[in-house]
Design a protein around this ligand. Sequence first.
Ligand code: SF4
Length: 336
Amino acid sequence: MTLLSVQDLRVTFGTADGDVHAVKGVSFDVAAGETVAIVGESGSGKSVTANSLLRLNFGADVRTSGRILLEGRDVLAMSEDEVRAVRGRDVAMIFQDPLTALNPFYTVGRQIAEAYEVHHPGTSKKDLREIALDSLRKVGIPEPTKRVDQYPHEFSGGMRQRIVIAIALVNSPKILIADEPTTALDVTVQAQILELIAAMQQEHGSAVVLITHDLGVVAEITERVMVMYAGRVVESASVVDAFATPTHPYTRGLLKSVKSLDTGRHERLESIPGIPPSLIKLPSGCPFHPRCSFASSLGSRCSTEVPELRAVGSSSSACHLPNERLLDLLGGAHDR
Ligand code: SF4
């Protein structure tokens, strides 16, 4: 069952230097209980896409168009009051940095209780405390009866992220958006947090939209991946297909730049040449063409024509290369 349907989402920020086209026609669906990852470098539009789901892109001149259907209701057409009712109850967000996501002046118990009370007014103080304790227990905070009255600075980074997850899940949201949830954490804690998100998802049956630049995180807990570049989805595939047979040169570049089990000890990882383009002045044609090693094989087509997302095998790819060539050339992303 489709829970969320994003259709032709476009987000533009007006700035003194010109319009920043952060998201340019993104469409995707998320089913109940599914985990979808949106992957890309900084400036690819992944976080702006995620923020749009809760109308959290702020600024003097933000222009958003398209449709974001949450169980058939368009978030972009809702009143402010309606969006506030959705935030935290139907759709909750786990932010990147737990320290800034938590209020340093309130105990963690109070912050969990407030997140619940805002959608359940009239809940007694006793019940709110029980709910806070239960939430801390579920996310694995030891000694919850003592910790519930402590402040965020009294917790480690990993424990703080557990508290942020407890707040996000206290209303059993249908959709959980996790924006780089492990980036600010020690590597040893990252896996624990990902396992916790996966376990909590199973318990609550929520759909998860995971925003990350880290393909290792994607492999860990997601089923489907969308790769974004310069505000567009350039590849959409199951995680298995994206890793085994990527169908876009950019995805291939991302895979070659991370370590895998096949990487030899003394082998150098490849990086994608160049830098991501300016979103104010995008290159003509395929925005990846200045960095793409396959562009020259297609004459001037790559620098003049924007490729549309189309089916390649069981994936979708926005590249002009013919399907057979894409599968042949890119399927060997792990060959070194
Ligand atoms: Fe590379 Fe051309 Fe495909 Fe863009 S359309 S990814 S430049 S081959």
